[in-house]
Design a protein around this ligand. Structure first.
Ligand code: SF4
Length: 390
């Protein structure tokens, strides 16, 4: 069993559905990370590096204002123009200041560990994790775990399995450990409130007793996932949301189709489709579309791995077009179309304006890298339109 099969970041799944761990071994590995994931990784690294820079500057006696986010981002190879021009610099400062804030926990200086490696072998053999930040109060009575999320999908710290595991790992590193520590500990999610908005810090307090109970159930579920011949598979919105085994999971198929698609396919009665059934299908649309996406990923994984997948092939499709986000382009477009403002503007709007005014807008458009996508062999293109087109 590889270490990452049972890790803090996928604890929301294996703690609810221990059987997913073994089933996922039958799914072809992911061949490429999505653009969103790669942007998230860059933002994550920049947050950590800027916080470390501020930390070392303060320890050298410099003032907070001596560390300028724009100067940090300008030459940085991980930064994009959008990050440099937008509000990301302010988000860096807000995050770093939260980590170094001396106003909380009795007002004394905090000790902050950034990107702290944690040993979680008390939960499962070989389990490791890395906490984005661990803040220790000056009197060592309070520990705060901070996890940065770059995406806009709101994540709650409440009963967050990943944070609870990090907290357990951080507490086990202290001399008091998990046995004697009495305090209420803090779990914080740091996340932009909207993509380009200010950072929000959502925190909850968790007691040592709650953590101890959680540790027992994490140990139980991780043991079930590793040791049982047929560990239970239990579908739920939280467990299944990011699970890549949906395409081959009988329990998920039953969960998606029970009482819904089965009824719709039943041809023995007179008229099966009715408003109630249509509503049930609509209520299940996320699970149904997730199943289709998972089947696509499964087929792509097999084809990329050199296996056959009947009826489908991989083709290269042109990258998605998008409007170049720079002040110069915005100004040129305003002049070209005589508008006061062009925010927000998308490719569709620009195409329409260009047609109406009979002008060329190529200077304002960039195209993403070509993508390998799944396509049916034969004349089914109308039935298989993907979201990749313009
Ligand atoms: S799809 Fe859902 S039920 Fe099936 S293995 Fe994954 S998490 Fe478990």
């Amino acid at each position: 069993m590889s270490h990452s099969e049972i890790s803090p970041s996928n604890a929301h799944r294996w703690m609810r559905c221990p059987g997913s761990v073994k089933l996922l071994r039958k799914v072809p590995p992911e061949t490429e990370s999505s653009e969103d994931a790669s942007l998230g990784t860059r933002k994550h690294a920049l947050m950590a590096q800027f916080a470390m820079l501020l930390q070392s500057s303060l320890s050298l006696g410099l003032h907070r204002s001596d560390v300028v986010a724009a100067d940090f981002l300008k030459p940085h190879p991980l930064a994009t123009d959008e990050m440099r021009d937008g509000n990301f610099g302010n988000q860096l400062v807000e995050y770093a200041e939260h980590l170094m804030c001396n106003q909380k926990y009795g007002g004394g200086p905090v000790r902050t560990e950034i990107e702290l490696p944690l040993d979680l072998s008390s939960v499962a053999p070989g389990m490791r994790g890395t906490a984005d930040a661990v803040i220790y109060s000056h009197d060592d009575t309070t520990i705060e775990i901070v996890d940065y999320k770059s995406g806009s999908y709101p994540v709650t710290p409440h009963a967050n399995e990943q944070l609870m595991l990090y907290l357990i790992g951080a507490l086990q590193m202290t001399s008091e450990g998990l046995c004697k520590y009495e305090g209420g500990h803090i779990m914080t999610i740091a996340q932009p409130s909207v993509e380009n908005g200010p950072m929000s810090f959502r925190s909850v307090t968790v007691s040592t007793d709650t953590l101890r109970e959680f540790l027992f159930s994490a140990q139980r579920e991780s043991s079930a996932a590793r040791i049982l011949k047929h560990p239970i598979r239990q579908p739920s919105n939280t467990a299944c949301q990011w699970c890549r085994a949906k395409a081959i999971c009988p329990e998920y198929h039953e969960w998606v189709s029970a009482d819904v698609l089965i009824d719709a396919c039943d041809k023995t009665g007179d008229v099966k489709m009715c408003d109630q059934l249509a509503r049930e299908i609509l209520d299940n649309r996320k699970r149904i579309t997730d199943l289709i996406k998972s089947c696509q990923e499964y087929a792509i994984g097999k084809l990329n791995g050199g296996d056959n997948f009947p009826g489908y092939r991989i083709v290269e499709k042109q990258g998605r077009r998008s409007v170049i986000k720079s002040d110069a382009v915005k100004e040129d477009l305003k002049v070209l179309f005589g508008l006061e403002s062009l925010q927000p503007v998308g490719v569709g709007t620009l195409d329409r304006l260009a047609r109406e005014n009979d002008v060329c807008i190529d200077f304002a458009i960039e195209r993403g890298a070509p993508k390998m996508t799944l396509e049916p062999i034969g004349d089914f293109s109308e039935d298989f339109k993907t979201e990749e087109g313009d």
